[in-house]
Design a protein around this ligand. Structure first.
Ligand code: FNR
Length: 360
């Protein structure tokens, strides 16, 4: 029998329940990652190589974990990242994330390959709620243009272009199960045409960024950046944000964890005095308040969360997602007190020991 929701004390508890109650195929699709899944494991393991240097005797009676992302207020520096095919977790799919995000005042990134109609996800939006669009760039640029401009017209507040996916990574759990990627996320992913289709354009390049800027006034965020050199290029190209991400380990096996890339990136931005020119986000492997805190200390503006919310949805529907977000809020607030900070602006790398971060 299924444990009660009240018996879920952290995000891993949802994962265990989801594994039991979801269909085998849905579990395979959500949990899969590229090749031997080493990068997917590393995304979580990297946090074990970072330790805290808390400060004591600070008045931490009133802790505030709210912040702004791309200029809009949010109650906690996390957002629901884009994951395709949410209906595999629950018949209501992406709309559950819309409602839970609204309830908690956090941002939802809507996937291009949502399983609910885009308009349904927009119509479910609450007052003042912020949604961003995740974009897979279609080979037919007229299609891409229509998607982008329609999203802007319907009130999306950022364009997050996925750049780590010129073709779909090789995910063997998926290959073995009947719900292959060809059901949605980049159709044709496992077919003999090497994972390309109209839904993904492998010719996408830096030269296309000005075109995106010409068709939209939404801020542009590049999702899937994996080295400081490309963060600098994003700044040069006038992008407002980058998301350091390896797609939850689903794309290039042995891509480094986003946290390691973050630790490489922020000192360079600071050295050049351009850390205010771009907002840097990370996603991948975030499961605990301390994970969020470590990313923020290293200089991230916020973190995206994928699988844990899918598992919470698969296990308990919207109440599960509500609780998962609440748990992260409670953990982060506790961790802020214990590290000796009241506000997120007070966090800095000096609160961490990262001596072993780069040792593998
Ligand atoms: C994803 N991700 C993803 N990213 C994207 O840009 N477009 C997409 O359609 C999808 N689809 C998708 C499906 C599933 C099942 C997963 C698990 C992931 C990647 C996602 O946005 C994010 O980078 C990772 O999920 C972050 O890692 P965690 O939080 O899942 O560890």
């Amino acid at each position: 029998h299924k444990p009660l929701l009240s018996q879920c004390y952290n995000l891993f508890d949802f994962e265990a329940v989801a594994h039991r109650v979801m269909t085998k195929a849905a579990w395979a699709y959500f949990s899969s990652a590229a090749d031997n899944e080493i990068t997917a494991q590393e995304n979580q393991r990297v946090f074990q190589r970072i330790w805290f240097r808390p400060q004591v005797l600070v008045d931490v009676e009133h802790v505030d974990i709210s912040t702004t992302m791309l200029g809009t207020k949010t109650s906690i520096p996390i957002y629901v990242t884009a994951t395709a095919l949410n209906k595999l977790a629950h018949p209501e799919g992406e709309i559950i994330f819309t409602r839970a995000s609204h309830k908690h005042n956090i941002i939802q990134m809507i996937p291009t390959l949502s399983s609910r109609a885009f308009d349904e996800i927009i119509d479910a939006r609450g007052d003042d709620q912020i949604q961003w669009l995740q974009l897979y760039v279609n080979k037919d640029r007229e299609v891409t243009k229509k998607i982008v401009q329609y999203a802007e017209e319907r009130g999306c507040k950022a364009l997050c272009i996925t750049v780590d996916n010129p073709q779909v990574g090789r995910r063997e759990r998926d290959l073995r199960s009947k719900y292959t990627e060809s059901n949605g996320e980049a159709t044709g992913g496992n077919s003999p045409n090497h994972g390309t289709s109209n839904l993904l354009d492998p010719s996408l390049s830096w030269a296309d960024i000005p075109w995106f800027q010409s068709i939209t006034s939404m801020p542009i965020v590049l999702k899937g950046v994996q080295r400081v050199e490309d963060v600098l290029k994003a700044v040069e190209h006038g992008c407002q944000g980058v998301i350091l991400s390896n797609h939850g380990g689903r794309q290039l096996e042995f891509a480094r964890s986003p946290i390691e890339v973050l630790a490489e990136t922020m000192p360079v931005l600071r050295e050049r005095g351009i850390e205010d020119k771009i907002e840097v986000y990370v996603d991948g492997g975030v499961r605990r308040g301390t994970d969020i805190l470590k990313a923020l200390c290293l200089g991230a503006r916020g973190v995206g969360i994928g699988r844990p919310f899918l598992y919470a949805m698969g296990a308990y529907g919207q109440p599960g997602v509500d609780k998962a977000i609440q748990l992260l809020k409670d953990e982060l607030e506790t961790d802020m007190r214990l590290i000796g900070c009241n506000k997120l602006e007070e966090l800095h790398p000096g609160l961490l020991s990262i001596r072993s971060l780069f040792d593998h």
